[in-house]
Ligand binder design. Sequence first.
Ligand SMILES: C[S@@+](CC[C@H](N)C(=O)[O-])C[C@H]1O[C@@H](n2cnc3c(N)ncnc32)[C@H](O)[C@@H]1O
Length: 400
Amino acid sequence: MKIEKIVAGGYGLARENGKIYLVRGAYTGEDVEVSIEKDGKDVALCRVEKIKHASQKRQKPICEHFGMCGGCDWMDLDYETQLEYKKEIFVDQIKHVAKVDVTKPAIIKTSPYGYRNKAEFVIKDGKLGYNSKNSHNFVEIKRCHIISDKLNEMKGKVEKVDLKDFHHIVLREDGNKEMVIFVSQKKCETPEIDADEIISLVNRKHVVVSGEESVKKGKGFLIVKMDDIKYRLSAKAFFQISYEGAKILSQKVKEYAGSGKRLLDLYCGTGFFTLELSKNFEKLTGIEESSASISNANENAKSNGISNVEFFSSKVENFKFGTYDVIVADPPRAGIGKEIIQSIVQANPERFVYVSCDVTTFARDTHELEQKRYKIKDVTLVDLFPQTHHFEIVSLFERE
Ligand SMILES: C[S@@+](CC[C@H](N)C(=O)[O-])C[C@H]1O[C@@H](n2cnc3c(N)ncnc32)[C@H](O)[C@@H]1O
């Protein structure tokens, strides 16, 4: 089977007798034998069994867990080619789903390894690991090459204590201090370990970072400094997983948002974009469903002496939109969807800045926005997730 191109989801696409085969682990130009994992009438999902002709762009992955662990699906691909493929995937989706012709956008790279400031480990028999791709098979991890050195060191410390009562361990760091989050199904004794912040969360596993929180050691938050603003980050609060990537994102969002009177920041997390943009607008409003993130956002505004922002803890779906010069949205993978696009269009902003981590929902939403007078004017990709097929999209739409 000949791989024609790389498509969304990181699959290699092949065609035979009018049917499409999406092949995990195969790259453009390769000739592969596959086994079918999920068969459909027009499309089959496959995985590689044998590579008959390999791409010159393959490289030896630096991680011994590659192929078993569900994390880095592109670690066997040279980094420059990863960047090139991400641009191709973007153009392909925009052309076929959004039905808009765009030129290949620029992609800004970040450090290819050691970039993650947060790691979520599963625990099995006292060992820390990740789940394998598309399954709950446990893969014990000795060293993870995409998390920071500090997180790998913390992992070593955590593995020395008795973990039998816990189902997950979440590690976070702010470049200076460390936070260890012990997650259990019921209340239990939290081990003493050498870390600045120790938090316990009690929950039923569905969403790992959720449930009843107690601070066992420290203040209950980390402090991340970006340019001249300090962000408070509690255990449950969202923050971009790469600090280097976060700086690039905020610069692009600032460039696209420009300045004006009123700005609305949808899915604002701990208020990152709202606060970064606070000097460029007279009044800014941030909306976010997580109340933990919203309390961090309010603390962040107060501690940085920023008084022209307001934050509301609400689902975007339930928020009553006013009128704004600029709207920014950075939703989770599910994207924005028709209903919220309708509210955005009614709010009539001059510019809409859409930050997305999922190219398929982004393309779907772009199609809808283009039908509703908002035309895509500029796009920059940011490689926030090296060694994986994921990337971040920062885009500017303007009202016609
Ligand atoms: C990708 S993060 C963006 C955070 C923020 N822009 C930042 O850079 O830190 C998406 C955020 O959307 C929030 N969220 C998810 N679904 C939501 C909804 N329906 N309404 C409001 N917020 C939501 C999540 O809690 C998360 O904080």
